[in-house]
Design a protein around this ligand. Sequence first.
Ligand code: FAD
Length: 456
Amino acid sequence: VCAISPKAIVSDACASYSTLDNLNQELRPALLDITRNTDFFAYYRLNLFGKECPFWNDENGMCGNIACAVNTLDNEEDIPTIWRAEELGKLEGPKAGHPGKKLQEQRGPKKPLQGMLGEDVGESCVVEYDDECDERDYCVPDDEGSSGKGDYVSLVDNPERFTGYAGEGTKQVWDAIYRENCFSKASFPKSASLGTSPFPNKGPAANELQSVLREGSRQQLLEEQQRHSPNMPFVSETGLENEDECLEKRVFYRVVSGMHTSISTHLCWEHLNQTTGEWGPNLQCYKDRLHKFPERVSNLYFNYALVLRAVTKLGPSLKDYTFCSGDPAQDSITKAKVQALTSHAGEAPPIFDESLMFVNGEGPSLKEDFKTRFRNVSRIMDCVGCDKCRLWGKLQTAGYGAALKVLFEFDNNSEDVPVLKRTELVALFNTLARISSSLEAINEFRAMVEVEETEA
Ligand code: FAD
């Protein structure tokens, strides 16, 4: 089954999916090992409760919190509490608050979490000293607009999966996210239009990737964009203006849409039948949300290429990174795992050439606009009305933000190597792991559809 639009320019576009699928197969075991089995990457610090949604509130009739989320069942009263959306959305496992600056100074770096995450957790691998954000960030710091710096939560104990969060609340959040895609027309000169691609034109494999990721299904992309924002500046009624849509804006849209695809894939793959209490893949969910929309799947593959490129680019600078400030044994294990992954990824053919973006005359201002919009997307995550969804929504926007920062704020030829904060690194690697799992789940779903069609 090929999920590429028939309008794709190159006919063998399926091979491009398989190129990325094969790469994913090779890298996936190491990526899972890093994100599940190292303390450094298994805990994430975020401010889940201390920040208000900056975009709307209950008073003006707009609502993003759990109380406004209509659950997928008509009447949740009839089912056991543990299967209800409110319960499914709650966080699990131990939590530990981030020590304030004063406490950090008093205690020193070694034992800041006071054993709250459990005896087996190497706390020096988890805690992070207070850090400042800089203008190169694509995400807002998580203490912005709030008093605290957040809590540490276990990502392993809180897998991203079906929670029952749905309805008006989610619609409002997704609409707000896609509205950020409305760049001002003046920012995008024609010279930056579809002609350029961020994918290097080197060899057949790269050509295949270009076909998926650049031309894959342009018409569908535009149709999907139009559905979200019919009044968007670049889409004229005749559709002709679509050709003027610039690369940067398309990349922005694809990142957001690909993230949406990944979230949908996870909730369909680890779905709860709220009537029987059974967890498992929900094929109909996949068919309704993704199978009918190859463009959405194409955007997921796009994101895989983009984030993997960022991880690969970052690899060499992580050779000198201290993963745990007080535990040399854990540090060297984590470092060795990360190095193995990034060098393996570095051996693959080039899949994304970021140097083609933001290079035209208006480059710098375009980049600022892009960055501001992406920061807004990360702020919108405070409007997500389900804790677990907010956790993964925040983590993934931070992960894409970190990837964009690595790709677009540091060139390949200077001494200015990317330095990421712990939170950014954890977000980046876990975001890649999320996309990786989504690719695998989509392949499984495709196979299930194939079997169903053969049997029909
Ligand atoms: P939605 O997924 O809400 O989509 C809304 C509209 O967006 C669609 O009608 C379609 O027009 C368009 N659209 C859909 N997919 C794409 C795409 N890939 N690209 C472009 N356009 C698209 N639910 C869970 O069960 N578990 C979670 O972990 C979870 N995390 C979430 C995280 C965030 C940040 C948000 C906002 C929501 C999350 N949800 C989660 C809810 C989930 O994403 C859906 O909103 C919910 O299941 C309702 O789905 P829906 O069918 O109404 O369509």
